[in-house]
Design a protein around this ligand. Structure first.
Ligand code: 1GP
Length: 246
């Protein structure tokens, strides 16, 4: 099923499911909390996974009616099971495989689901401590505080035709992307802005939305504390009602 993501119409919450940490019990728990809270999307994927992502997506779709977007950590995770695919180009880095090489290999596999492919400019931001994305991609993140570089990179992504920009602090980041960088990028972009990494409290989610994030992504925090997703969705709802605080 193709999904239309209603971004820029209202704020959205996505919950990241890492297939390697998504056994049956974890999936049932995630689906129950997410359905009750009204999560907008699941993202499924991870830096390294030994579990077929298609199986996890199929099970998630049995357990809830929340659309599932493939968030592929690498080519082995490509599957037609998802409602949409984020085709990520790591535009903060200078690794040609992650800018175009993998996309060439993926294109014949994605050909029949091209109407479900969403090109996303993926930007890794230094948020303190090394991250899996940094190591696995062998790329340098944009330094924290270098808002001008982040803005120029995001603008380049928009002008290259990306349909969204993702500011990624890295899964389990000690600190989320700084609100001043989110604001600086949001002020220049006309396409949706996704923010993720280290958003493990409702207050951090609120800060990201207040700075201009259109969609927040939370993963680790929900694995450790499933009720986080309830708080994140309440914050989203308060923004969507026009209130700025929970
Ligand atoms: C990672 O942005 C996502 O790609 C989510 O990060 O696991 O830290 O919430 P967390």
């Amino acid at each position: 099923m193709k999904v239309e993501i209603p971004w820029r119409k209202r704020k959205l919450v996505a919950q990241l499911i890492d297939p390697d940490r998504a056994g049956e019990e974890a999936l049932v728990t995630a689906a129950r909390y997410a359905s009750e809270a009204g999560v907008d999307l699941f993202l499924a994927g991870g830096s390294l996974t030994g579990v077929p992502v298609g199986d996890v997506i199929r099970r998630l779709k049995q357990l809830s009616s929340i659309p599932v977007v493939l968030f592929p950590g690498n080519l082995t995770q490509l599957t037609a099971e998802a409602d949409a695919v984020f085709l990520l180009s790591l535009i903060s880095g200078r690794n040609p495989e992650l800018l175009i090489g993998n996309h060439v290999i993926a294109a014949p596999i994605l050909r029949d689901m091209r109407d479900r492919v969403i090109p996303v400019g993926y930007m890794l931001i230094a948020c303190g401590g090394g991250t899996s994305v940094e190591y696995m991609s062998q790329t340098l993140p944009i330094p924290s505080g270098k808002n001008d570089i982040a803005v120029a990179t995001a603008l380049a992504g928009e002008m290259l035709g990306m349909k969204a920009i993702y500011l990624e602090g890295g899964s389990g980041a000690a600190k989320p992307v700084d609100p001043s960088m989110i604001r600086a990028v949001r002020d220049e972009l006309t396409i949706p802005l996704i923010v993720g990494g280290g958003l493990d409290t409702p207050e951090k989610v609120e800060d990201a939305f207040a700075a201009g994030a259109d969609m927040v992504v939370t993963g680790n925090g929900c694995e450790q504390n499933p009720v986080l997703i309830t708080g994140a969705c309440r914050v989203r709802d308060s923004f969507n009602r026009g209130a700025v605080t929970v």
